[in-house]
Design a protein around this ligand. Structure first.
Ligand code: PBG
Length: 326
């Protein structure tokens, strides 16, 4: 037989052939679009380190949510950027705070879009940590009641899903209990289950004007070197009642997404974080990368690794592109 019998190039010859045998697909319904909501009026402030992403005020929010829904994206993830912070983070469970107000406004105007809220006090604390601070330590159990209050306030405002991102042990169970006790049995929890202490969150901290005032998050977020531990985190959150588990960041942690997909039967979400977004944007701005190609390739890689859902700042751009090219 003449060499080679197998010619893998046969199925690559034309666009139609490539489409026919394509294994992984991207669609707008797989995306969740993050939104930063600021206090005030008429604010649409571009985040310097996240080109094309904005902190917007309530009055702009409905337009934004409508646009996202029109693109076929089923869900948004809301982050509040409050004006006031305090030691305790009390703004986090203020029923009249920025996030409950945002949830109400969106659910009223665009009822079909799913509103997911980030449950973590770091944007509301003056020290910028995700838990109660005492003598320089981040306390676990003391933080749980605060997360319960925060999740409840979000559910009462009409949030469809709550997403704890704090990485305290036992928070999924605590939040599940609080929700159930208050009659919110049907509100799912999307747990930031394997959340790493990552340098790729830096632009997000610029966006939310948050971030630790002392130390770092390594005593509660995961060590980048560990993968077996990620499976323990995922198993723990599932045992505590998580409905969706998340891996974060995405692209540098594709092996974790893959392992999670192989191990669990829940929907798996991956968070393509701010730094992943900004790297592509910045390189594209310099003309070093083709932005659309790099965007789609990175999203596809995250899907190929096994993510069902992708939280991404590219959600709108990618959805627009998918509407254009079939
Ligand atoms: C914490 C939170 C962070 C992100 C989402 N939720 C920051 C952190 O843990 O330091 C990062 C998201 C991103 O970088 O896009 N509330």
């Amino acid at each position: 037989m003449s060499f080679p019998r197998d010619r893998l190039r046969r199925l690559r010859e034309t666009g139609s052939l490539r489409r026919l045998v394509r294994e992984t697909h991207l669609a707008p319904h797989q995306f969740i679009a993050p939104i930063f909501v600021a206090e005030g009026n008429n604010i649409r402030h571009e985040i310097p380190s996240m080109i094309g992403q904005y902190r917007i005020s309530l009055d702009q929010l409905v337009t934004e949510a409508r646009e996202i829904a029109m693109l076929g994206i089923p869900a948004i993830l809301i982050f509040g950027v409050p004006d006031q912070k305090d030691e305790e983070g009390s703004g986090a469970w203020d029923p009249n705070g920025i996030v409950p107000a945002a949830v109400k406004a969106i659910k009223k105007a665009v009822p079909d879009i799913l509103v997911i809220t980030d449950v973590c006090i770091d944007e509301y604390t003056s020290h910028g940590h995700c838990g109660v601070v005492k003598e320089g330590r981040i306390l676990n159990d003391e933080t749980l009641p605060l997360l319960q209050k925060m999740a409840l306030v979000h559910a009462q405002a009409g949030a469809d899903i709550v997403a704890p991102s704090d990485m305290m042990d036992g928070r999924v169970q605590a939040i599940r209990q609080a929700l159930d006790t208050d009659g919110f049995h049907d509100i799912p929890i999307m747990a930031y289950a394997a959340k790493y202490a990552s340098s790729f969150y830096a632009p997000f901290r610029d966006a939310t004007q948050a971030g630790p005032m002392f130390g770092d998050r390594q005593s509660y977020q995961m060590d980048a070197a560990n993968s077996r531990e990620a499976m323990r985190e995922i198993e723990a959150d599932i045992a505590e009642g998580a409905d969706i588990v998340m891996v974060k960041p995405a692209l540098p942690y594709l092996d974790i997404i893959y392992q999670t997909r192989q191990t669990v039967h829940l929907p798996v979400a991956a968070y393509q974080v701010s730094g992943e977004y900004s790297m592509i944007k910045a390189a594209a701005q310099k003309g070093w990368l083709d932005e659309e190609c790099a965007m789609m390739e990175s999203l596809l890689a995250i899907r190929r690794a096994g993510a069902d859902l992708i939280i991404t700042y590219f959600a709108k751009d990618a959805a627009r592109l998918l509407q254009r090219v079939v």
